[in-house]
Ligand binder design. Structure first.
Ligand SMILES: [Zn+2]
Length: 683
């Protein structure tokens, strides 16, 4: 395995890069084995050290151990999320329980934990920097919170739980993907296309052709295909069909049904929480977050919930009025969930005269990418230059070198288009985390999206919402690229779950700045900048539909928190729980959770956002408050940007998140800023 490219440290020009030209998916099992063997030896050496435990010989040594294993794990993650063919799916099934078992083996290494604990217990007298103090805390908690102090029987059970969970998470994700890839709405006549704008028809035609259905129109069972269809189709029957298909992913009582998977996941999570000494899975997860307790997270959500539901009822009343006025008998059927987006768009047009398709003509994917580059140049001094000598996993990816004052800072990969085997949505990925503890190691990050390719030679036009998402994901990339700490564990986006969305959400605020709009949001045919009247309309429409957006998100976040607060050992029927919870909180009948449980990958395809979906709104309170600082000083104000860089963007998790925020804002967060941002009344 000595020259296995999956294991070799990234080398070559531009600070080194992963060799996607040399990687082979079927080499992952051997590479993982070799990396684990290496890591076992590294850990054995730490434990066997005859010197008493010290920060250097234990904490730093452990921080530096397992780099090959991290790398192969990261690369495998890229294959799973963007290149998931049958081979990779099988590997995922085989490897995830193995990796979970290995993780537990490390956590439960009694000799290793004894040394870490010895250093931790003596922390009061250590002469170390605040960042080192933070590394020590995080490392110790990483062991303690994951059962390092359990007895042998507890150990064995915990390992069994974690391995079984790993398998269930994979099953959950694969079932969801299967329904997204196999589900489709295929239209065969012009009459079926009523209301759809030309660009959407064209994309659907191309999609059908690519699937061997020439002369028809295909809409896949993904958000990027379904939401536009639900927004524009005038065919209520087809909207209902599409909506039911989309919201039933993983819930069809067939081979890909996820309900049983959820029941088992919840039972195991509850049991694990109890084993680790917490009242529930939610308590265990949140005790490590900025919120610290489930109560704090719930209190924030319920405060916003009341205002959001009230607003959603107003929105529905407006839509009903419009629907009735269009009905020949002035009495349209009540707004159903498959009508919401359709009538919302109509109200938007009527009230704000804002046609999404007109806006889209000014939003070219390439120009928006340039806009993000430019804004990051203004804020952080970044320059992005495309490079062509770095191999990529697929030819449609592009790679950019990031520099500041001519000095290399890192690499940014862009993987914009949908393809089979790529998970839906948009996200940021890190190929290599910044660190300086053993020489300068620059970060390598990527942004991934699922845009539909237009006609050859024509620019890809995207919606305003997608443009916001691009700035969001780029914000994560900037968090990774700005990182300037010693230890990778504390670097970039390796922050608390309810803090990590703050830099990304904040970056969304640079899209609607007049500088970006004027220079980069130009018409794809005339090259003219987006007119001021249109910008004014977008701005005026900002609070439009916030009831819907907030309710569909919060319903999911509240469900997530409530179901994970259930006491261990209690049998849960997820479908019944969903119904009951929605009733209890007064969910408007016209809206469903943004992700219904059977395709709620955030919380059931790994532990990542479980009992943590609230993190978005938690982080949004920080975002709204920080954005007000920029709104007051000017979005391109150098001093405010510098403060953001110094207190937030460069520090990763080397400073506690509440402290970092105070450093930027000069005080604790003001939650009223969020209410103002969404156009809700403050109290
Ligand atoms: Zn994000």
């Amino acid at each position: 395995m000595a020259d296995e490219p999956l294991l070799a440290p990234f080398a070559g020009s531009h600070g080194g890069f992963p060799r996607f030209d040399l990687f082979h998916a079927d080499r992952f099992p051997a590479a993982f084995d070799a990396a684990m063997t290496k890591n076992r030896a590294e850990i054995a050496a730490i434990v066997a050290n005859k010197q008493p435990p010290s920060f250097d010989n234990t904490i730093v040594a452990f921080e530096r151990a397992g780099r090959a294993l991290n790398q192969v794990g990261t690369l495998f993650g890229v294959y799973v999320s963007t290149l998931s063919d049958k081979t990779v799916q099988q590997l995922e099934q085989d490897l995830t329980p193995k990796l979970a078992a290995y993780n537990d083996e490390v956590i439960q290494n009694a000799g290793l934990f004894a040394r870490v604990k010895a250093v931790y217990d003596g922390r009061a007298t250590l002469r170390i920097t605040p960042e080192q103090q933070r590394l020590l805390d995080e490392q110790y908690q990483g062991f303690a919170r994951h059962g390092a102090a359990l007895d042998a029987a507890g150990n064995t059970r915990l390992q069994a739980i974690n391995q079984r969970l790993a398998t269930l998470f994979t099953t959950f994700g694969q079932n969801q993907l299967a329904d997204e890839e196999s589900g489709e709405l295929v239209l065969t006549s012009e009459a079926d296309l009523a209301g759809l704008p030309p660009s959407l028809r064209e994309a659907a035609k191309q999609d059908a052709e690519a699937k061997g259905k020439k002369g028809q129109w295909r809409f896949g069972n993904t958000r990027s295909a379904m939401e536009p269809f639900l927004t524009y189709s005038t065919r209520r029957d087809l909207r209902e069909k599409a909506f039911r298909m989309f919201t039933s992913r993983g819930d069809n009582n067939d081979a890909h049904d996820n309900k049983k998977t959820i029941v088992e996941i919840l039972a195991l999570r509850g049991e694990r929480a109890k084993l680790l000494g917490y009242p529930s899975h939610a308590h265990w997860i949140i005790s490590d977050n900025m919120a610290k307790t489930p109560d704090a997270a719930m209190a924030l959500m319920m405060r916003v919930w009341k205002a959001a539901v009230a607003r959603a009822h107003e929105e529905v009343a407006d839509m009903q009025k419009l629907a009735d006025s269009e009905d020949p008998h002035h009495k349209a059927p009540p707004i159903a969930p498959w009508d919401y987006r359709y009538y919302a768009e109509k109200v938007r047009k009527a009230r704000y005269d804002l046609d999404q398709d007109v806006v889209k003509a000014y939003l070219q994917l390439d120009k928006l990418r340039e806009a993000m580059f430019w804004a990051s140049g203004q804020l952080y001094g970044f320059t992005f230059t495309q490079v062509h000598d770095v191999p990529t996993a697929r030819p449609e990816l592009s790679v950019y070198e990031v520099t500041r004052d001519g000095k290399h800072l890192g690499l940014w990969y862009f993987d914009p288009y949908a393809r089979d085997g790529k998970r839906s949505g948009a996200w940021m990925n890190e190929y290599r985390t910044q660190r300086t503890d053993d020489g300068i190691t620059p970060p390598i990050v990527s942004n991934n999206a699922n845009f539909v390719r237009g006609k050859p030679g024509e620019p890809v036009l995207i919606s305003w919402e997608d443009a916001v998402t691009m700035f969001h994901e780029f914000g994560h990339a900037l968090h990774g690229l700005n990182s300037n700490v010693h230890y990778a564990t504390l670097a970039g986006t390796n922050t608390k779950r309810d803090f990590v969305e703050f830099p990304s959400q904040l970056n969304e605020h640079w899209l609607p700045t007049k500088e970006v709009l004027g220079k980069y949001c130009v018409h794809y045919q005339t090259g003219k900048p987006i007119p001021d009247e249109l910008v004014a309309k977008i701005d005026k429409a900002k609070h439009f539909n916030q009831g819907f957006a907030t309710v569909e998100y919060l319903a999911g976040a509240i469900y997530d928190l409530k179901i994970h607060l259930e006491p261990p050992g209690k049998a849960i029927d997820p479908a019944e729980f969903e119904k009951r919870t929605m009733k209890e909180i007064g969910m408007p009948a016209e809206i469903v959770m943004r992700h219904r449980p059977t395709h709620f990958g955030h919380i059931f395809s790994d532990d990542g956002y479980s009992a943590g979906y609230y993190a978005y709104i938690w982080a949004d309170t920080l975002t709204a408050d920080a954005a007000e600082a920029f709104a007051q000083a000017g979005y391109y104000d150098k001093a405010t940007a510098k403060r953001l860089y110094e207190s937030i963007m460069s520090v990763g998790n080397s400073i506690a998140p509440d402290e970092a925020f105070r450093k930027f804002r000069g005080r604790d967060v003001d939650t009223n800023a969020l209410m103002r941002d969404r156009g809700f009344p403050t109290t």
